[in-house]
Design a protein around this ligand. Sequence first.
Ligand code: ATP
Ligand code: MG
Length: 344
Amino acid sequence: MAEQDPILEVRGLTKHFKSGNAMRVNIVKALEDVSFKLYPGKVVALVGESGSGKSTTARLIARLYDPTAGDILYDGKNVALAHSRKAMLDYRRHVQMIFQDPFGSLNPVHRVEYILKRPLLLHKKAKRGNIQEEVQLLLKRVSLTPAEEFAEKYPHQLSGGQRQRVAIARALAVEPKVILADEPVSMLDVSIRMGVLNLMAQLRDENNIAFLYVTHDLASARYFADETMVMYAGRVVESGPSEELIRSPQHPYTQLLLSAVPDPSRGLRTQEVEITGEVPSLGAVGQGCPFAPRCKHVMARCHEAMPPVTDLGGGRMTRCYLFEGGATGVNSAESAAAAAQVRA
Ligand SMILES: Nc1ncnc2c1ncn2[C@@H]1O[C@H](COP(=O)(O)OP(=O)(O)OP(=O)(O)O)[C@@H](O)[C@H]1O
Ligand SMILES: [Mg+2]
C-alpha cells in the first residue's frame, strides 16, 4: 500500500469546539491527534459510535472549518489553514464530499441538469456548448439512465438511492482525486445500499479515486474499505487492514464494537465482551485513555496519560497499554497478564 505517495495525509488533526459565553466557556474535544493517509484507488473506513468524531474528521478535511491543530497535506501541500478563494476552489476541485442525507444536500428547486451543470461550469470542466452532453455522461456513469429523463427531474421526483447517485455524479463532475463519503448509505433502504456501495467501488477502481468512508457499519467497512480506523471519543484507538482488524480485533473497544455485529461464521455465539457504561462527555475527557472508564482491563496508568501508538506489525496499530511493548512483548507483568486475557 505504501508503494506510491499518498494523495492526502492528515497529521495530528485536532478539533476543539468552543461554546458558551464569556462567563462560562465549554470546550468539546471532538478530535485529538488523528493521523492517517489516503492513497489513490484505496478506501479507508472510519468507524465508531455516534459522537466519536467521524464527521468532524471528514468536515475538517473538506475544509468546512479550521482545525485547532494539525496538518492536512494534499499532494504534499499543507492546506489546513488555506482560505483564499483560489486555493479553496483548487482544493475542492480535487477533494469532494458526499453527505448522509442526499435530499438535504441537493437543492430542491433545481432540476438534476442544473445541479450537475453548476460544478462543471464553476470548475471550468465543460464549455457551455457541450454542457448537456457532459451532464448526460455523468448520469450514465452513475447508472441513471435514460440520462435525458433523469436530467429533467427534480430531487423530490427521485428515490433516496437515485438522489445519492446524483450527489455522487455532482462530486464526479470535477474529476476529484479524493471523495469524503460521510455515511453515504446509512439513510438508504438496506436493499439499495449495496448498489450504491458497488458504484463507489467501481469509481474507485476505474478512476483511481481515494475514498474516506465514514460508517457505523463494520460489515460494510470490511466489504468496501482496504483499511479501517476505529475511533473512540475523538481518538483513533485501532487501525489496520479491514479484513484482519475485523477478524482479530485487539483493542478492547474494537472488541466491544464487533461483539455487537452478528457473524455467521461464528454461529450464534458472539464474543464475550463485558463492558458497561457510556461514551464520556467530550468536555470531560481528561488526560488518560477515554475508554478507561468502560474497560475491564483498565490499569492505574490508563487514567493518567493516553497510551502511545503501538505498531502491531502488518500495517496494524493500536493505542492501548496492553500492547505497549508491541504485538508480542508487553512492558509489565500487569500488562502481560491482561494482554493474554484479551487475546484469548
Ligand atoms: N459545530 C460543532 N460545534 C460544537 N460541537 C460539535 C460541532 N460538531 C460536532 N460537535 C461535537 O463533536 C463531537 C463529535 O461529533 P461528530 O459529528 O464528529 O461525531 P460522529 O462520529 O460523526 O457521530 P455520528 O455517528 O452521530 O454522526 C460530538 O460531541 C459533537 O456534539
Ligand atoms: Mg457523523
